[in-house]
Ligand binder design. Structure first.
Ligand SMILES: *Cc1c(COP(=O)(O)O)cnc(C)c1O
Length: 348
């Protein structure tokens, strides 16, 4: 927090509060390096990151997953982009490339998978499908700060990937987001787009929006960045500790064999929705807050004008519960939570 104060004082001394100032530029550089990507653009939030990605990719017909946060399909609907859901894999909770209908692949010009809870999608199969059908790939990587795939960053996959840097995410700027592009030309277009479509002479040369991150948000990111390794390592340790304790108690999300968990979330899969509701109530009575990420399955949300049946996502979203996971959590807390969970299941 001291560090944050110092950055804030400097911002007001410079009197340079926004418009790609020194804090945002510095954070952008640090994050690109840290996440091992070439073209990372900071934006005002993770939803704007998606909007910017859609605009730069110029997509119209999108295949996406119903098992995600409302921002994924919501941003498509808001931009009047036509989309179809395709069901998930019951073990990984990610969009299942093998289940995408042939007719949808012919219809689509893009796929928008989500690396759910930071777990890498089947990026190889998705890449093959994209090549075969000439599709753009945009990953909603909102949960993937620090997620690894094989020996590198998960964020390198797709034509672009979006991050959320919201306060509830692993690393944040209070509000914030980023788009990671594979190619420089897309990155340059996005830079213009988030600044009203203006070129470097401030002439609007394309239709744009305002999706800039402010210096105050950048300062928050810079202050937190000094602790990013501790944050990530602690969460990864908690994740492993949880997993060890939960073997035989509940089912867990199956991680991609080449993926390394970042400890962003601690989802567990219960036997039924009735059990989930009972467990959630029981834990809540003991002051343990859990969240139903992601419920309901978004194919059932009528405002998206979709009423398709997605049996696997419908089922999984009715049974997944996210246990507490945050930096201040300790192993002793995890012991208490896991004991309470075990008792709640036994007493059901
Ligand atoms: C949090 C989240 C977003 C939106 O990010 P904001 O920064 O809150 O706008 C998008 N997609 C997923 C999957 C998310 O979890």
């Amino acid at each position: 927090m001291d560090k944050y104060q110092t950055y804030i004082e400097q911002i007001f001394e410079r009197n340079y509060l926004t418009n790609q100032g020194p804090c945002v530029e510095a954070l952008q550089k640090k994050l690109a390096e840290y996440l091992e990507v070439d073209y990372l653009l900071l934006v005002s939030n993770g939803t704007q990151a998606l909007h910017v990605a859609y605009a730069v990719m110029g997509i119209k017909n999108v295949i996406t997953t119903p098992f995600t946060f409302a921002a994924t399909p919501g941003s498509l609907a808001f931009q009047n982009i036509d989309f179809r859901f395709s069901d998930i894999d019951e073990s990984t909770f990610n969009l299942c490339p093998q289940q995408i209908k042939q007719q949808d692949l012919v219809w689509a010009d893009a796929i928008l998978p989500v690396h759910v809870f930071g777990n890498p999608c089947d990026v190889e199969s998705i890449q093959r499908l994209a090549q075969l059908h000439n599709l753009k790939v945009i990953y909603d990587a909102a949960h993937c700060f620090g997620s690894k795939y094989d020996i590198g960053s998960l964020l390198k996959y797709g034509d672009c990937a979006t991050l959320s840097l919201h306060a509830t995410k692993l690393f944040h700027c209070v509000e914030g987001g980023a788009v990671i592009f594979k190619c420089k030309a897309d990155f340059e277009r996005a830079k213009q787009l988030i600044n009203f479509g203006q070129n470097t002479q401030n002439i609007p040369v394309s239709a744009g929006t305002n999706a800039k991150l402010s210096e105050v948000h950048g300062a928050m990111g810079l202050a937190l960045f000094e602790h990013v390794n501790e944050i990530l390592a602690h969460r990864q340790q908690l994740f492993e500790y949880y997993c060890g304790k939960l073997v035989g108690v509940v089912k867990l999300q199956q991680w991609h064999p080449l993926g390394k968990p970042n400890g962003a979330y601690m989802p567990v899969l219960l036997g039924s929705e009735a059990l989930l509701e009972s467990v959630q109530k029981c834990l809540s009575n003991q002051g343990i807050q859990t969240r139903r990420y992601f419920y309901p399955s978004l194919n059932s949300v009528t405002s998206y004008r979709h009423n398709s049946k997605m049996p696997i996502s419908d089922d999984i979203s009715s049974r997944v519960l996210c246990l507490p996971m945050y930096y201040d959590l300790t192993k002793v807390d995890v012991d208490i939570i896991c004991d309470a969970l075990q008792i709640a299941i036994k007493n059901y």
